[in-house]
Write a protein that binds this ligand. Structure first.
Ligand code: ATP
Ligand code: LTN
Length: 345
């Protein structure tokens, strides 16, 4: 099993640097928002230069809730373009669409056979999403098994995600450890990497809920492609509280703390440091709006350029799928052999 890939020849007495493998995924289930950007995508842009990185548009995960086919296709291409506009470079990392690499669904079945019903039932994301839906698919329940397959197929060391994915990552680790102990060392056991600032961006109107693609809260959500003037207005109208004090205290002051977290993540400071500069809500809101607009302006410009060339996007995604399949194929074969499936003669 690969633990880390050696770079260079290793000839002589020079230490051989080790390359870490990074994998993460994002659903084409709605417009990319500021939480996705600050909690996940921005860190991927850094990771791609420091690790052998795989980023996946998880369209099969989006199918766990009902989708319009044409809208899903458009959202999948649009999200890939937006990820590139945010700075993911398909020449540096591997950017691909989950359903274009068949190994994901095949390993997912082996994962479903390794995870228990009780473990899946304890997942809070399932509880939240099933409570909000009229139609609850079986796949919404088994979703974490597909996510474990995504990660384990790439011998992943690190998984950069927002705080909401912590429980799914723990489950992935438990499933990998169980599989390894039942069938022999097969999978690398991955670790979650959760950023210090921006890990949990909250809804601007109901700051005790996380900002989410699937929550219907247009005034509380900042889309990465939203009109910049609208963004300014949404931030200035964000719910705060009446005591007037600027302090980072997420339990007692969720609205103000959310603004501090957003401003901190945009400016590379901690929320506590950020709070020191303010005594009133007005300037905090104006500075937060300005910082968000500054981060989003170049992304929107690049997106408009990339969106004009869908054929180039399709070509880049096909290359990404080939690169991903070349890594995932051997890992799938290793897992098939370990669990006792017959090799094809
Ligand atoms: P959905 O609401 O449909 O579940 P989502 O908005 O949670 O979608 P995902 O595609 O599930 O988005 O998540 C992509 C990445 O963004 C994940 O790493 C996730 O942890 C991160 N993320 C999502 N929402 C937030 C948020 N509010 N704050 C910080 N990170 C977030
Ligand atoms: N479940 C994740 C999306 C996701 C993912 C992954 C993240 C699917 N597969 C693999 C990291 C690694 C979500 O809802 N944000």
């Amino acid at each position: 099993m690969r633990r880390a890939v050696a770079v260079g020849t290793g000839v002589g007495h020079y230490p051989v640097p080790l390359v870490t493998r990074v994998f993460s995924g994002i659903q084409p289930s709605g417009a990319l928002h500021l939480g996705n950007l600050l909690g996940a995508v921005r860190n991927w842009v850094v990771d791609q230069h420091e690790a052998d990185s795989f980023f996946c548009v998880v369209d099969l995960h989006a199918l766990t809730t009902p989708q319009d086919p044409a809208a899903l296709r458009a959202a999948t291409v649009g999200l890939a373009q937006l990820l590139m506009a945010c700075g993911l470079d398909p020449e540096v990392c591997t950017l691909f669409v989950q359903s274009q690499v068949a190994a994901h669904t095949e390993l997912a079945w082996l994962m479903e056979c390794t995870v228990s019903f009780g473990e899946l039932r304890r997942m809070t994301q399932f509880k939240d999403k099933s409570d909000r839906s009229d139609f609850v698919s079986a796949a919404l329940f088994t979703y974490p098994a597909l996510m474990a397959a995504d990660i384990l197929l790439y011998d992943t060391d690190r998984v950069p995600v927002g705080d909401d994915q912590r429980q799914h990552l723990e489950l992935t680790r438990d499933v990998a450890i169980r599989f390894n102990s039942r069938y022999g060392d097969t999978f690398v056991v991955p670790e979650a990497v959760i950023p210090k600032a921006g890990a949990r961006v909250m809804d601007l109107q109901s700051p005790t809920n996380k900002m989410s693609k699937s929550l219907d809260s247009p005034q509380g959500t900042i889309g990465v492609l939203d009109d910049l003037e609208q963004i300014d207005k949404k931030i200035k109208r964000a719910v705060t509280d009446t005591d007037g004090e600027v302090r980072f205290d997420p339990s007692n002051k969720p609205g103000v703390s959310n603004l501090l977290s957003i401003l901190a993540a945009c400016t590379g400071r901690t929320p506590e440091q950020t709070a020191e500069g303010y005594s009133q809500y007005g300037p905090l809101k104006s500075d937060t709006a300005a910082a968000v607009v500054e981060v989003l302006t170049p992304i929107q410009q690049r997106y408009r350029e990339l969106a004009g060339d869908p054929a180039e996007t399709a070509r880049l995604l096909a290359l990404g799928a080939d690169k991903a399949a070349a890594v995932a194929g051997p890992v799938l074969q290793r897992a098939r052999a370990a669990i006792g499936l017959l090799p094809r003669a």
